[in-house]
Write a protein that binds this ligand. Structure first.
Ligand code: AMP
Length: 173
C-alpha cells in the first residue's frame, strides 16, 4: 500500500473539537490492517540511521504509532504523558496551548544523559507538544535523534517550533 493510499484513510472532520478546526481522524487508518502496517513500515524506514536508543511516544495517539514502531525496531518504549498520570518520580514541562497551558511528564529514569531518543506522535500542528518533549529530553542531557510524525499540518509551521531538530512526517496536509 502506498502513502497516497494511507492518506485516503485519514478523514478530515471539520469543526472538531471546535469551530474552524479541521480534525485529522486517524481511526480509519487504525482500522485498516494493511494501511496501519504500511504506516509503521514507512516510519521504520524514516528511523533508519537515527541510531536511537529508545522511542519517546507522546500521549495519546503517539502511543499507538510509537508502540508499534518500538516493536518493529526492537527499541525500548518510553511514555510522555499528560500531567499526573505517571506513578513514579517524573520530570514535568509546561507548554503553551492555544488558550492557556498544560504540562507533559516523563519518568525521570526514562531519559538518560547522552541517550538518543526518537520522538513519535501522530501529528504535528504548531509543534508545541513535540518541542516541549524535546525540552524534556534536553533537561536530562539526552539527545533528540529524530522526530517522527504520521501527519504534518504544514500551514501551522510546526517545524519552526522544532528549530533545527531533525523531523520527518509521512504525510502533509
Ligand atoms: P501541536 O502541539 O500544535 O503540534 O499539536 C499536536 C498534538 O495535538 C498532537 O498530539 C495531535 O494529536 C493533536 N492535534 C493538533 N491538531 C490536530 C488536528 N487538526 N487533528 C488531529 N489532531 C490534532
Amino acid at each position: 500500500m502506498t502513502l497516497n493510499e494511507v492518506r485516503s484513510l485519514i478523514r478530515a472532520v471539520p469543526d472538531f473539537p471546535k469551530p474552524g478546526i479541521v480534525f485529522r481522524d486517524i481511526t480509519p487508518l487504525l482500522a485498516h490492517p494493511e494501511g496501519f502496517s504500511a504506516t509503521i513500515d514507512a516510519l521504520a524506514e524514516r528511523a533508519a540511521g537515527a541510531r536511537a536508543d529508545a522511542i519517546l511516544a507522546i500521549e495519546s495517539r503517539g502511543f499507538i504509532f510509537g508502540a508499534a514502531l518500538a516493536h518493529r525496531l526492537g527499541l525500548p518504549l518510553q511514555l510522555v504523558r499528560k500531567k499526573g498520570k505517571l506513578p513514579r518520580e517524573s520530570l514535568s514541562i509546561r507548554y503553551e496551548l492555544e488558550y492557556g497551558y498544560d504540562h507533559l511528564e516523563v519518568h525521570t529514569d526514562a531519559i538518560e544523559p547522552g541517550g538518543r531518543y526518537l520522538i513519535v506522535d501522530d501529528l504535528i500542528a504548531t509543534g508545541g507538544t513535540a518541542s516541549a518533549t524535546a525540552r524534556l529530553v534536553r533537561q536530562q542531557q539526552g539527545i533528540v535523534a529524530r522526530c517522527l510524525f504520521v501527519v504534518e499540518l504544514s500551514a501551522l509551521n510546526g517545524r519552526e517550533a522544532l528549530g533545527d531538530l531533525p523531523a520527518i512526517s509521512l504525510l502533509s496536509f
